[in-house]
Design a protein around this ligand. Structure first.
Ligand SMILES: [Mg+2]
Length: 289
């Protein structure tokens, strides 16, 4: 379907803040993505640790994106992929969504609600209570391995930013415990594992597009891929100045994407100074990048 002659073998899109906010598609994103995928393979990698790829596919399709379930991978899928790689069945305390807990159970793990857990998984847990945090703390003190879905500090919802998995991981960091493994961007394992599931073995031929400098753009740098920051979510153009890993290009929105813009981004990749600040007029830090 693509593209030895194109600048990229694949585009990997972030979801929240890039293709949609809450239940609303970013204006112009549906047409842009549905059009560009006629020329380049498109995949979708979300740090959503609450929902599996199938559920996110339903949401994307409901908004009009022409995507297939196999093209969509979430942090929840990557948690399952990480534990599947261990080839063991564990007692798991899942401080996560019920969707992920159910999937872990279906994978053969035994869900426990106490400090006998061998693995504690922490992500966005809308039912989190102090008692469950006590269980998590004591399980880790007893030697349980701590796994985070990802460390996004916030995510953009329709009504504004909300606490993301990083806030929940932060509870453990505040108690002195660092996760042994994080299953989302910018972790190199997470992105390369997703690419491998899609049959992509050359990350340098990929373009990652996302709204978050700390996850999407830093993650691209970690695996040697190009990146484009969109200004429809968490990070602003002003934030780029302080970023350790600047994006290859900046787009006001994914709606700007077309084959000609792809060629420009690829050309910028080889130019000194990196990002093309197409969106600087929209600057202004939101303080969360
Ligand atoms: Mg995002």
């Amino acid at each position: 379907m693509s593209t030895q002659e194109g600048p990229y073998d694949a585009i990997v899109f972030d979801l929240d803040g890039t293709l949609f906010r809450g239940r609303t598609a970013i204006p112009g994103a549906v047409d842009a993505v549905n059009e560009i995928r006629k020329a380049v393979r498109c995949h979708f990698l979300s740090n959503n640790g609450e929902r599996r790829g199938e559920r996110l596919t339903e949401r994307l399709r409901g908004l009009g994106f022409a995507v297939e379930a196999r093209e969509v991978i979430s942090s929840a899928d990557l948690v399952l992929g990480h534990l599947a790689g261990q080839q063991c069945s564990y007692r798991v305390l899942a401080l996560t969504s019920s969707d992920l807990a159910l999937a872990l159970q279906e994978q053969g793990h035994r869900m426990v609600q106490d400090d006998t857990a061998e693995v504690v998984i922490v992500g966005v847990d809308r039912a989190l209570t102090r008692d469950r945090m006590v269980q998590g703390l004591r399980a880790v003190l007893n030697g349980a391995v701590l796994i985070g879905t990802n460390e996004d500090p916030t995510y953009p919802a329709e009504d504004g930013l909300r606490p993301a998995a990083g806030a929940y991981v932060g509870f453990f960091r505040g108690m002195g415990f660092e996760p042994a493994h994080l299953c989302g961007k910018p972790n190199s394992w997470a992105i390369l594992h997703a690419l491998s599931l899609w049959g992509i073995d050359d990350a340098s031929r990929c373009l990652l597009i996302g709204d978050n400098l700390r996850t999407d753009i830093a993650g691209a740098a970690n695996i040697g891929a190009d990146s484009a920051l969109v200004l429809t979510g968490v990070s602003s153009a002003i934030d780029v100045e302080a970023a350790h890993a600047p994006p290859t290009a900046i787009l006001e929105s994914v709606a700007e994407l077309n084959p000609a813009r792809l060629e420009e981004i690829a050309a910028a990749s080889g130019s000194p100074g990196g990002a093309q600040p197409a969106g600087l007029r929209n600057g202004g830090s939101r303080g969360t990048a």
